[in-house]
Design a protein around this ligand. Sequence first.
Ligand SMILES: NC(=O)c1ccc[n+]([C@@H]2O[C@H](COP(=O)([O-])OP(=O)(O)OC[C@H]3O[C@@H](n4cnc5c(N)ncnc54)[C@H](OP(=O)(O)O)[C@@H]3O)[C@@H](O)[C@H]2O)c1
Length: 228
Amino acid sequence: MNFDEKYGGGRALILGASGGIGAALVRRLQPVMQVETLSRSTGGLDLTDEASIAAAVQSLTPGYRLIFDATGALEIDGRGPEKTIAAIDPAAMAAQFALNATGPALLLKHLVPLLADGGPALFATLSARVGSIGDNRAGGWIAYRAAKAALNQIVRTAAIEVSRKRPEAVVVALHPGTVESDLTRKYLGRHPSVPAAEAAENLANAMARLTPAHTGGFFDWRGDVVPW
Ligand SMILES: NC(=O)c1ccc[n+]([C@@H]2O[C@H](COP(=O)([O-])OP(=O)(O)OC[C@H]3O[C@@H](n4cnc5c(N)ncnc54)[C@H](OP(=O)(O)O)[C@@H]3O)[C@@H](O)[C@H]2O)c1
């Protein structure tokens, strides 16, 4: 079953809809789903401020088939990823964890109760392959990698709990591929990359293949398992 057959007609909530991947996903889903969006720049949703999440949730109605978290950052307050352990900065590391790990954890806390009961219901958050410990061969980017690795553990743990009460729900971390967006603008170099629209199509295809047996996993844009 393709994405449109599986989720078409349902309601979707996209967090971080102002971002490169988030906006492309909104454009991809709008023709087939009822899409609602929340963003920091347009709606005041700040993942580092739980009160702003709780306030945003007040205006939402339960019953989402898809809740997709496309928030996150590689560079926070002008501080880019470290290349060496000598550059580790506690404040920058704390900021990475606050946004890329604690932030999605708070989204799980406030939004899982809004997933649809019965039928497909998916909570997906954008992790990153560089958060894979098993796949780390290049070093560097310590705080971002560690925050995404923590996010993966949060997703795994939450998925186990969610499956007890909602056996049909799926909670996953996704790697979108290397995507042309503000986040990667300074870092792409000669690395192969895809436009955000292509990434959104890839993610939709990967999501279509997810079943409850996949909950708690970490998958890339092809739907392949990424090692922890
Ligand atoms: N691009 C890639 O190649 C790539 C690869 C692997 C993983 N990822 C992951 O994919 C996700 C999205 O990346 P992207 O490329 O689309 O980046 P992007 O274009 O920079 O978008 C980032 C999004 O995160 C939001 N955001 C940032 N800080 C926030 C905060 N404190 N509270 C709430 N929202 C916040 C931004 O909101 P505002 O603009 O409204 O402030 C924006 O919507 C990130 O988690 C990233 O780690 C991306």
